[in-house]
Design a protein around this ligand. Structure first.
Ligand code: NAG
Ligand code: NAG
Ligand code: NAG
Ligand code: NAG
Ligand code: NAG
Ligand code: NAG
Ligand code: NAG
Ligand code: NAG
Length: 488
């Protein structure tokens, strides 16, 4: 009895110690842009409110992972002055998403002031402009036929360039579920004509345009632009509009029987795996390791990933369009003491786990991201191996795999097939990361994303291919240089 009580007391005493021992090795954050103007009034742009939202989110993650007093500080990450080799920030070439990523980085690493001052040979002190503003590059993922504007695209699959995914999403418009809703909501949408007749014609006013109609009215409500016949948009009507938009976009983004419809989620899964794996393979306390992968993208990618990761099993809410500046986070964590003491070797993957968190809307101290269990499981903390195995079931990270899944054979896919046959190309680009060089894998990931997210027509395909090859060459060249320097 006494012994049991003593053991319990011991266990309790040990708890806080053990809890505080958890080390975050790295994270991958996938983020939605902030508030923007309506898709039906292109070009879209990030509003002041939107910038505020993503900045607040960046500041929240700074307090969680980056700052010297962060609550879950990432191992070996520079707290005040951004070290670019530790960060991999990407966004499609789209002004809303690129700007969101830049502003987020400002929240993550605000102007460094004194910390960024440098004393020169002649004794003068130099400080970067704007109080030591930090320039974190956002690497573009070229996208969409409409050069720089994936957020202008009304059609969810518009930027994927994946043949079979487009066909699958289109099949939604022939499904019973869609046709029933289309018929059942015809009157509801037609009654809204006086509200949106400057933008939509009567024939366009149906569930077929369920998302863009909602989007237009939602933006108008947020920005208090004059809404014609505003009395028609009661709270009930607005709720119906939002719910129908969710249903419409979910139908286009995911279908359990046709995983290719969720190709965006498959590509994201591969990028998350590659980036976290590169962090995991690197020596535990090495400074020049990518420790934060940050990608900005569209709600459609959230939905596709949610579907593939079986999150609707946790809550139906995951079938809804997530709010502006929403984020999902994959934390690579361990309780192994070698994580903080051993500078030379990686942490044993058997001691490492992954935690998934999601914040619907801008994360903040009052609205923290919540941990959810993935893959229809119960635990929110999964051993690395389990996580990697489950993600690999649907991840598509290789150009050849992507071409196969999408049924594409021309352009980039013809080149990849030729290169794959001769044993070089995409495969070797990712294999080159096996030496634990922090940058190699994210670069390989970007190449995959380049290929995957782009709608490539004719010349664009050529440009992209050349760009992709150049990236590979560069990283190989850089490594060669590093090796030379090592010998010198
Ligand atoms: C960390 O430090 C900053 C600035 O010194 C402060 O504003 C913030 O409240 C601190 N956070 C915690 C969790 O103590
Ligand atoms: C894939 O095929 C589809 C349909 O043929 C085409 O529209 C799309 O541009 C192709 N994508 C790429 C990257 O070649
Ligand atoms: C999902 O895919 C199945 C099989 O292809 C198809 O029968 C069904 O109509 C699809 N559902 C939707 C909502 O697209
Ligand atoms: C839109 O509807 C309103 C109200 O019925 C009407 O006054 C206006 O003339 C219409 N505008 C257009 C462009 O049809
Ligand atoms: C919103 O717009 C209406 C009409 O233009 C105006 O009367 C009202 O004051 C505005 N509300 C705010 C909060 O600015
Ligand atoms: C996020 O919020 C939106 C709008 O409030 C809702 O429709 C959606 O279901 C929510 N998603 C999750 C995962 O909570
Ligand atoms: C580390 O230990 C604490 C306390 O036992 C536990 O809550 C946490 O989940 C552990 N983390 C990992 C990654 O095992
Ligand atoms: C992680 O990287 C190692 C070394 O390159 C490789 O052997 C392993 O298959 C990778 N794991 C995953 C899940 O990609």
């Amino acid at each position: 009895m006494v012994a049991a009580a003593a053991a319990l007391a011991l266990a309790l005493a040990a708890l806080p110690l053990a809890a505080s021992a958890e080390t975050v090795l790295g994270v991958y954050i996938f983020h939605r842009h902030g508030d923007r103007t309506a898709k039906s009034t292109p070009p879209t742009y990030l509003t002041a409110l939107g910038a505020e939202q993503v900045h607040a989110s960046g500041a929240y993650y700074r307090g969680r992972y980056v700052a010297a007093n962060a609550t879950s500080r990432i191992q070996a990450l520079s707290p005040d002055v951004a070290v670019l080799s530790q960060l991999a920030v990407t966004a499609p070439v789209d002004s809303v998403l690129q700007n969101s990523a830049s502003v987020f980085a400002q929240g993550l690493y605000p102007p460094a002031g004194d910390a960024a001052r440098q004393t020169l040979a002649d004794g003068t002190v130099a400080e970067a402009p704007l109080g030591g503003y930090q320039y974190v590059p956002v690497n573009g993922i070229a996208t969409a036929a409409s050069s720089a504007s994936s957020e202008d695209s009304e059609w969810l699959q518009g930027g994927s360039g994946c043949g079979n995914a487009v066909v699958s999403s289109n099949a939604y418009f022939a499904s019973r579920q869609y046709l029933d809703t289309l018929a059942g909501t015809a009157d509801f949408y037609r009654r809204l004509l006086p509200v949106v007749n400057r933008t939509f014609s009567e024939s366009q006013l149906s569930f077929k345009n369920g998302y863009t109609i909602f989007d237009l009215i939602n933006v108008a409500r947020i920005h208090n632009s004059t809404i014609q016949s505003a009395d028609l948009v009661t709270d009930d009507v607005f709720h119906q509009l939002a719910t129908r938009a969710d249903q419409h976009e979910w139908g286009l983004a995911f279908n359990a029987s046709e995983p290719v419809r969720a190709i965006a989620g498959s590509v994201l899964a591969a990028q998350v795996l590659q980036t976290l794996n590169a962090t995991l393979q690197a020596p535990a306390t090495r400074a020049a390791t990518t420790r934060m992968g940050i990608q900005f993208g569209a709600y459609g990618t959230f939905m596709a990933f949610f579907g593939l990761a079986q999150l609707p099993a946790v809550s139906d809410d995951f079938t809804g369009v997530c709010g502006y500046a929403s984020s999902m986070v994959f934390e690579l964590v361990t309780n192994a003491t070698t994580a903080t003491t051993d500078a030379a070797s990686p942490v044993d993957p058997a001691d490492v786990s992954v935690r998934f968190l999601f914040s619907n809307g801008s994360a903040s101290a009052g609205h923290e991201p919540v941990a959810y269990p993935l893959f229809g499981r119960r635990e929110t903390l999964l051993p690395w191996k389990t996580f990697a195995d489950e993600m690999s079931k649907f991840a598509v990270g290789d150009t050849l795999d992507w071409c196969k899944a999408c049924g594409n054979t021309t352009g980039v896919c013809a080149a990849a097939a030729a290169a794959g046959g001769s044993g070089s190309g995409a495969g070797s680009a990712s294999a080159s990361g096996s030496d634990g060089e922090g940058m190699s894998r994210p670069v390989a990931g970007v190449i995959g994303a380049l290929v995957t997210l782009a709608v490539i027509l004719g010349i664009e395909a050529l440009v992209m291919l050349v760009g992709g090859l150049r990236l590979v060459k560069k990283s190989v060249a850089a490594r060669g240089k590093a090796a030379e320097a090592g010998h010198a």
